[in-house]
Design a binder for this molecule. Structure first.
Ligand code: TYD
Ligand code: MG
Length: 455
């Protein structure tokens, strides 16, 4: 049979090309195409008519099946991000920057599962067992009945898993694995793809859940990027700023639960500690009321999280003033600056703008628009907002305020943390509890008038 030709895959967008080229036609990336060995094309792929497959059994939608019994680790932040615990036979990818704490998290998670009676294997391709044991000692996990292995050969790992049949296997990391059937270096797209494919198939066939660690490359994608993400059931990202001790575990894809759910951890000398009340933590560094600070009542998945948005506005010496944005969408910031300028006649020309979310949190909700505008205005006018005020609402291009979802949860959380005033868009349905005053405003111009006394 003719050998199936090699193909080329874009390491940025995952598009497959029959020929090599300097530029990917799909995403426009330069020098991103890498050769990949074809995934085993079984015999008969070319002569489909001659070799007939088996007829598959079809069923109706109404078939009754008990929902999967999830295993809970007892680390609530982790269990919630998975959608309420670990689904048997599921494949999970945990991505994150090197050194962010992925191995620490998974060692703690695996030890928790092991303590609760689940058979767990932790296989490290990066550290020797002695190193993992040292870490476990530091984390106080030495008593957990966890099975430890250090191996990079995919074949040996699969053989071991097949013999041991654990309920959960942690593989740290997918980039160190080496599949001998693929003729490429470890960490290359074809190796990562083949290793992931084999491990996910194993998980589905044998009922073992696997958690794969994937290092993220500089441009923010898991190496062998999208090609791995679509193979697994759940994609988690572990994020955080190196300088901050907060770490956020975020579900970006989840076949068994809501995406966008987050878990918050704090990196301490004794490993990762769960943060049950992230709002309190993110606001804890807030000092006295200062110009340029606004508190946003946000939602992260099912959970309300309050964050402080900080702005600094200063005269610029540059022809094109700076727009430095950390933790917020810079496109959104430009839009709001334009709306402030054209709808409220408040220009930012000739001014440098710096924006930041305190605590290293990332805020991507459009509901943060109004708080963002408030921080910008407060900085520009040098007027502090009331310290007990929370803000949420989306700003449309016309300058109108649009209501956002889950207003009630946002208000409740703010009240729990001692805030007594809130500003939200006019058509917000929720009402605050006793002791909280909610002002519902129709548009940005009214907001500017109310807060800063000018239209
Ligand atoms: P690690 O889990 O090795 O990161 P990754 O697997 O994502 O590459 O974590 C590395 C960092 O975490 C390291 O710089 C030290 C820090 N750390 C602590 O602060 N406290 C601890 O108890 C542990 C185990 C690590
Ligand atoms: Mg590691």
């Amino acid at each position: 049979m003719a050998k199936s030709p090699a193909s080329f895959i874009c390491s940025q967008c995952g598009a497959v090309h029959p020929k090599w080229g300097g530029r990917c036609d799909t995403c426009g990336g330069w020098n991103t195409l890498v050769e990949t060995a074809p995934l085993s094309a079984g015999p008969g792929t070319r002569t489909l008519g001659a070799a007939r497959g088996q007829r598959i059994t079809l069923s109706s939608l109404a078939a009754e099946e008990a929902p999967p019994v999830r295993a809970v680790s007892g680390m609530e932040e982790f269990d919630r991000v998975l959608g309420g615990g670990l689904v048997p036979a599921s494949a999970i990818l945990l991505g994150g920057d090197p050194g962010i704490g992925k191995s620490t998290l998974l060692l703690q998670v695996a030890a928790s599962f092991a303590r609760s009676g689940l058979k767990c294997l932790y296989i490290s391709g990066e550290e020797a067992p002695a190193q993992v044991r040292m870490r476990a000692a530091r984390l106080g996990l030495t008593d957990a009945p966890l099975h430890l292995g250090a191996e990079t050969s995919l074949r040996d790992i699969l053989t071991t898993l097949d013999a041991e049949r654990p309920a959960l296997a942690v593989i740290d990391s997918i980039q160190t694995l080496w599949a001998d059937m693929v003729d490429a270096a470890p960490g290359s797209v074809s190796q990562v793809r083949a290793a992931c494919h084999e491990l996910v198939s194993f998980a589905k066939k044998r009922g073992t859940s696997v958690i794969l660690v994937g290092h993220v490359t500089k441009d923010g994608q898991i190496a062998g990027p999208r090609v791995v993400e679509h193979m697994v059931d759940t994609v988690l990202y572990f994020e955080g700023e190196r300088g901050h001790q907060f770490r956020i575990l975020r579900a970006v894809k989840n076949r068994f639960g809501p995406a966008d759910e987050i878990g918050v951890f704090e990196m301490t000398g004794a490993g990762l500690a769960e943060v049950a009340n992230p709002s309190a933590l993110f606001l804890s560094e807030r000092g006295q009321a200062a110009p340029g600070s606004a508190v946003f009542a946000g939602m992260e998945g099912s959970r309300p999280v309050l964050t402080e948005i900080q702005a600094l506005v200063a005269p610029s010496t540059l022809a094109t003033p700076r727009r430095t944005v950390v933790g917020l969408d810079s496109g959104r910031v430009s839009t709001i600056l334009a709306v402030l300028e054209s709808r409220c006649a408040i220009p930012f020309t000739g001014l440098d703008v710096f924006l930041n979310v305190a605590g290293g949190m990332k805020v991507i909700e459009p509901a943060a628009d109004l708080a963002l505008a408030a921080a910008l205005l407060s900085a520009r006018e040098d007027v502090a907002l009331p310290p007990d005020l929370v803000i949420f609402g989306e700003i449309s291009l016309s300058g109108a305020l649009r209501p956002v979802g889950q207003a009630e949860n946002r208000l409740k959380e703010a009240q729990k943390l001692g805030f007594s005033q809130a500003i939200a868009p006019e058509r917000t349905k929720a009402e605050p509890g006793d002791g909280m005053r909610l002002r519902k405003l129709p548009d940005l111009v009214t907001f500017v008038g109310e807060m800063f006394g000018a239209g």
